[in-house]
Ligand binder design. Sequence first.
Ligand SMILES: NC(=O)c1ccc[n+]([C@@H]2O[C@H](COP(=O)([O-])OP(=O)(O)OC[C@H]3O[C@@H](n4cnc5c(N)ncnc54)[C@H](O)[C@@H]3O)[C@@H](O)[C@H]2O)c1
Ligand SMILES: [Zn+2]
Ligand SMILES: [Zn+2]
Length: 332
Amino acid sequence: MFTVLLHMSPDSSLAYHLLGKVIKCKAAVAWEPKKPFSIEEVEVAPPKAQEVRIKILATGICRSDDHVISGAFAVPFPVILGHEAAGVVESVGEGVTYVKPGDKVIPLFVPQCGECSSCVSSKGNLCTKNDLGAACGLMNDGTTRFTCKGKQIHQFASTSTFTEYTVVHETSVAKIDAVAPPEKVCLIGCGFSTGYGAALNSAKVERGSTCAVFGLGGVGLSVVMGCKAAGASRIIGVDINKGKFAKAKELGATECINPQDFTKPIEDVLMELTGGNGVDYSFEVIGRTDTMILVLCDIAMVQQVRDTTGDAVLALAKELTGKLSSKTTQLA
Ligand SMILES: NC(=O)c1ccc[n+]([C@@H]2O[C@H](COP(=O)([O-])OP(=O)(O)OC[C@H]3O[C@@H](n4cnc5c(N)ncnc54)[C@H](O)[C@@H]3O)[C@@H](O)[C@H]2O)c1
Ligand SMILES: [Zn+2]
Ligand SMILES: [Zn+2]
């Protein structure tokens, strides 16, 4: 993951002559899967009722955007990707009360309607109004706010940030401090929150524990930070790119290993490194099926050492592969 800072100043964002009008601006359009982005001039329609038009100041690039390009994450094309950004509100549609023009915001790829069963639950916040599962790439009225060369361009994950301007529903923005640096806080839009939250809220890492983090990209590094904040005493980073190790150690990893440096399976390496105890928490932050299964196997091995629930986890790993014959899966 890395960040793109668009050359715009928030101060020049309040162009009143644009209010209520279509804005022509540049955007990176993905016309079809497995093809490079194309920088196009697009038209961005004004926000309708309960919608917000945002001038994007900085956007991160998350691996999930690449999953769309590779075809692993199916969404309707053509599409403007990007979902990790910071921007300034240019204009608002009728009925919007939460933000006003000039407010600095982070778009949210999981809306927060505040009313659905998920939003009112204390156990999660995957708002049922999200556009992630069977993505339609459209606003609530079944249209998009983007057109290019006479065609409708789909929105992505309720956000679309690889564009100078975007339109989102008002439940898909969070107002932020006016002085927050956009090129840094844009990462809160996805990678940081996902990783840090996985360690603190989902796994609830305990003080003094040992953690393994597979994948040291933007999300993995945020997991490392979360584990450190939770007081983990040992945080083992695992990545095939050694160039990630210095940053991981700076952020809290106590050691880093490259699976390609070993002839034995990485779960055996981790067992040895931990004196046969295994790690307490294992995070897969790469996005590969084989490494996800490996992490499940890792958990199963530890559970088998400590009690009997490991068999259930191993059964799940076997079911996932349909062909896994032993606890060992070799990393690519
Ligand atoms: N809310 C969510 O569920 C959510 C949010 C953001 C990202 N993600 C997913 O999290 C994953 C990570 O995202 P990211 O933006 O940090 O990706 P990234 O590309 O920045 O980082 C991935 C890291 O994994 C490493 N890697 C690749 N293959 C490996 C292997 N075989 N063994 C060990 N390391 C390997 C790479 O070298 C890289 O450092 C992606 O699959 C992304 O789609 C999910
Ligand atoms: Zn993301
Ligand atoms: Zn909701």
